[in-house]
Design a protein around this ligand. Sequence first.
Ligand code: ZN
Length: 263
Amino acid sequence: MNITNSSNCSYPVHSPYPGGVLNVQINSALFDENKEGIKVGQGLHLVCRSGFKNVNLISPIPLSSKKIQLDIVLNNKIIESIPVINKEYRESRITITDNDMVSPPKEVLPRIKLEASIIKAAKNINSFSNYFVLPMKMPTKGIESSEFGVRRFINGAPRNRHTGLDIAAPEGADVYAPLDGVVLLSEEFFYRGNIIYIDHGNGLISSFSHLQKSLVKKNRKVKAGDLIGKVGKTGRVTGPHLHWEVSILGTTVDPKLFLRAIN
Ligand SMILES: [Zn+2]
């Protein structure tokens, strides 16, 4: 479990629904005496400290979660129960004419499998950082074209939920790091095209897909606002846009919860 300091522990915004996060403040005295005996929500959490009196417990809620309440348990006693709100996510139906992108040819399957395992490993990296500077900055200027959590159908068949925020922008538009971090991956993948993954520390990872090009290499340190790539339409896409994804402790959640303006 990571304990990190921040000037503002109210990010990510408390949003107790599948695809959101628990962000609950508790008295730090309670926490300090029992820091090994505390369990939050689905099991994984990080601790944000912004002062002496209180700490925030932050825990992601998977999109697939069916729980109706999440408990904060201290030494086997429930100290708080948070009801999980039902959130209706929109349905989206798209048509893709390039059949190789809908049902990839057999020879590409090992590549797709390998890339999925690389992504999974990247999302589960949990490197300690003693300071968080949330909220994040928007990684590109554009129009939000598809929100997080959308139930997608391609050519009529149900597919995975949309696990990022799509921002439509012209090809070649600048993409910036939303927060300080270290580049974990800068590669070309089958579905996601040119990608960048950034480790922001404490289990917080963000990624940028379908780039025209990446301008950063693996292990490069970046600052919030640094230019890292260009918007493109590589991989499985219908037009140029940035697919921005954020995960916390391995679970993908709504990137908007990390931004100052929530709408
Ligand atoms: Zn997307």
